[in-house]
Design a binder for this molecule. Sequence first.
Ligand code: GLP
Length: 241
Amino acid sequence: MRIIIEKDYESLSKKASLLVASQILLKPDSVLGLATGSTPLGMYKNLIEMYKRNEVDFSKVTTFNLDEYYGLSPDHPQSYNSYMKNNFFDHINIPPFKCHLPKGNAKNVVTECYTYEDKISKCGGIDFQVLGIGENGHIGFNEPDDSLNVLTNLVDLRSQTIEANSRFFESSCQVPKQAISIGIATIMKAKKILLLASGENKAEAIAQMTSGHVTTKVPASLLQTHQDLILLVDEQAGKLL
Ligand code: GLP
């Protein structure tokens, strides 16, 4: 694992966008795994600016998002599909058919999970996976538990996660209680992983995921066994390292 500590959120976002752009420069048809939440917003903003300056071309890129709330239709304002369109896809030259998210309102969720996983493997797997981390150490929506899902699955969200994500909704009772999330193996099979964390509230999770021990109680700790992981944090998230 390579650990990079940046001074603040701005420099972390800048470095993250440069790492993604370098990946696309080296492999224009890269398959990117993408994350939502507050953390990657600065990275997306910088990538849009780089695209406007003709410094990066997304026309051959394919993307797969980590997760989607179960029960929300793709056009729901709080869906991750809407988040990705508003914050990234609608501002770059990526063909919409190359942007994939699980369908939160799928009639048959088992089929949806299987189909999503199948699409990822038919594209050859993820070349470059961007991850955030939950305060409880979750990655995607793989929550701390006695065991973790290997492949894409319907998952129950922990109350801590519902509470943390309620800032995007009018109240915590509007936050869906379940989500479709890619599994741990799907993430671990990515050729490169970039995990971003900013702010003091992530310091404990970052310390736990780098402790030298692997436990399903801190899903991100499994990343310690990945062969090409960059942990990019700001000083506050890295303060216990
Ligand atoms: C959600 C997402 C995760 C993300 C996490 C952290 O739970 N499913 O993929 O990493 O939030 O979000 P934030 O960056 O807003 O702290």
